[in-house]
Design a protein around this ligand. Sequence first.
Ligand SMILES: Nc1ncnc2c1ncn2[C@@H]1O[C@H](COP(=O)(O)OP(=O)(O)OP(=O)(O)O)[C@@H](O)[C@H]1O
Ligand SMILES: [Mg+2]
Length: 366
Amino acid sequence: MNEALPHISIDRVSKSFGAFAALRDVSLDIPPGSFTTLLGPSGCGKTTLMRLIAGFDEPDRGEIRIDGARMNGMPAYRRRTPLVFQEYALFPHMTVYENIAYGLKLLKTPRAEIGRKTGEMLEMFGLTGLDKRLPKELSGGQQQRVAFARALVTGQRVLLMDEPLSNLDAKMRVEVRNELRELQQRAGITAIFVTHDQDEALSLSDRIAVFDKGRIRQTGTPWEVYFKPDNAFVADFVGTANFIPGEVAGVEGTEIVVRCAPSLLRVDAGGRAFRPGDRVTLVVRPECISISAGEADGDAEEANGWSGETLGSTFLGRMIRYRVRCGPLTCIVDDADPSARGFLSGPVRLRLHPGKIHVLPEEAEG
Ligand SMILES: Nc1ncnc2c1ncn2[C@@H]1O[C@H](COP(=O)(O)OP(=O)(O)OP(=O)(O)O)[C@@H](O)[C@H]1O
Ligand SMILES: [Mg+2]
């Protein structure tokens, strides 16, 4: 038997339903013991890919390998890749114990071993004492844990989860997701998780694959997809961003000077090569712009500083989000420490730090 942890490899996989291409040439490598999230808007192909990995469906082209073994044509029950859905699909007439023990019974496991393994799962998932209850007598979070325990009891090293938290209320979601991450790490299993909630993806994952219309637009760490998006789609889908169009006016070492509508901006080129005249889009997160009251004092025009006028503000407790007009642009700016100075209104100064501006080359149409 192969003692190595599974490593899932998705290699140039495509899948169509009739004329509709649900997945187009998708490649993704999933390291053993990692937590990988498929993130993307509704209909982008997340569930389709999970069903292919689990073996509920077959790709039209490309292949899926688990532990190096080609899965094409292998039935779901032999893949050892249990899939947990939003509807936990617990057996309603069976107790918690019977639900968890079910897979072991199917495998004709000796009675004593069923007792021992099910007991371990009850303990691991904090369900001790609830074993005689029916699913309907449990909270959503507890039902979720039974679903995980049932999926993992037969020693699986892979857990596929398709929006497993979306039936829970906001507070419970955060609780269960933290729990989930802890359990995944403790058990050392390889997890693939589907969500269209960016906060969930950023907080849970080792790596995120951002999907759009059946394609992967970027794979990276949460930090990379948030601060170093590969394209405007990723920047826009993962969090809030200002998109500032401009043209490269000059190159100075590792920095470029970009002509934008309000003024020139000095920007870290992020290791990319640019030439004067190149069209670019600057991506700036709202919390990466600092804001202060007042106008520029005429002669001393500050580098990377813009004068603006507040258009509105939203108080969010931990911050105030401003809309600020700077020439023809409207910028979104977050003041992360509003208690210091309260609400600003009227003329303001914005400062855009060169290292906090992410530059995207003009995107080819595709
Ligand atoms: N069996 C099928 N027959 C025809 N079309 C399908 C089938 N399964 C999925 N599709 C289509 O493929 C596309 C991708 O579906 P999929 O369920 O993978 O999306 P998703 O990313 O999981 O979306 P959501 O976030 O809403 O769950 C959708 O347009 C869907 O309508
Ligand atoms: Mg889905």
